[in-house]
Design a protein around this ligand. Structure first.
Ligand code: DC
Length: 223
């Protein structure tokens, strides 16, 4: 059983998927973390300037010793054998990840890894194009969404909780612009798969969304 979850920023995907995977005792395949890992690995070997140009091919294997594995239902990201942990969450890597995710070879490279990692099933795969491109045959496909105001308010509260001051109005317009760009981009645009179950989380609390998804997976599993 593969559960694939897609949707715009701020719909609650990561939190919901992490909890859903735990509840089902599945692996949470955080594909965003894999894009971040590629960005981190490239930043180790190439300068800012080199990375500003689109890179047509993957680097040679010895320059790019990145590996992914699943251990006790957890995705581990290793670079030359070392676990990368939270280094991939740096703001600089976040920026670079967005850029590298638009390179065609990166998407193919990670799609191959994602399919390999999910080959035994029991995976909750979260991220752009998991429902449309990577796992079009997934038994459960979900598009989590929420209205713009709700998503902006959630992001605003996340920043406040971390003590980072932000302006609500500019946050909302950033999210609007990102939605627009995301749905129009050539590679892996943001859109629900035709057979995805669309769930609007605007008026739902996280445990309610998780419960809905657990029920959905169990009903497919027994059917
Ligand atoms: O979800 P995140 O912020 O960790 O994702 C990091 C970057 O990777 C973000 O720019 C979106 C991109 N991404 C992607 O293009 N395809 C995915 N399946 C997951 C993430």
């Amino acid at each position: 059983m593969i559960v694939a979850v897609d949707g715009p920023a701020g719909a609650g995907k990561s939190t919901v998927c992490r909890l859903l995977a735990r509840e089902l005792a599945y692996t949470f395949l955080d594909t965003g973390a894999m894009y971040r890992a590629v960005a981190w690995a490239l930043s180790r070997r190439f300068s800012e300037l080199e990375l500003a140009q689109p890179m047509p091919h993957p680097p040679a294997d010895e320059d790019f010793p990145l590996r992914f594995e699943i251990q006790n239902e957890d995705l581990r990201i290793l670079f030359a054998g070392r676990d990368l942990g939270d280094e991939i969450r740096d703001p600089e890597i976040t920026r670079l990840a967005s850029r590298v995710s638009q390179m065609a070879w990166v998407r193919t490279y990670l799609m191959d890894w994602q399919r390999r990692l999910a080959s035994d099933g029991r995976v909750v795969a979260e991220g752009r194009d998991t429902t449309t491109v990577v796992f079009p045959e997934a038994e459960v496909k979900v598009f989590l969404t929420a209205d713009l105001t709700t998503r902006a308010r959630r992001r605003f509260n996340e920043y406040m909780a971390k003590g980072i001051p932000v302006d609500y109005a500019s946050l909302e317009s950033q999210i609007r612009e990102r939605d627009e760009a995301d749905s129009k981009r050539a590679l892996a645009p943001l859109r629900p798969a035709p057979d995805a179950c669309i769930i609007d989380t605007s008026r739902l609390e996280i445990p309610e969304v998780v419960r809905l998804l657990v029920d959905l997976v169990r009903s497919r599993d027994s059917g």
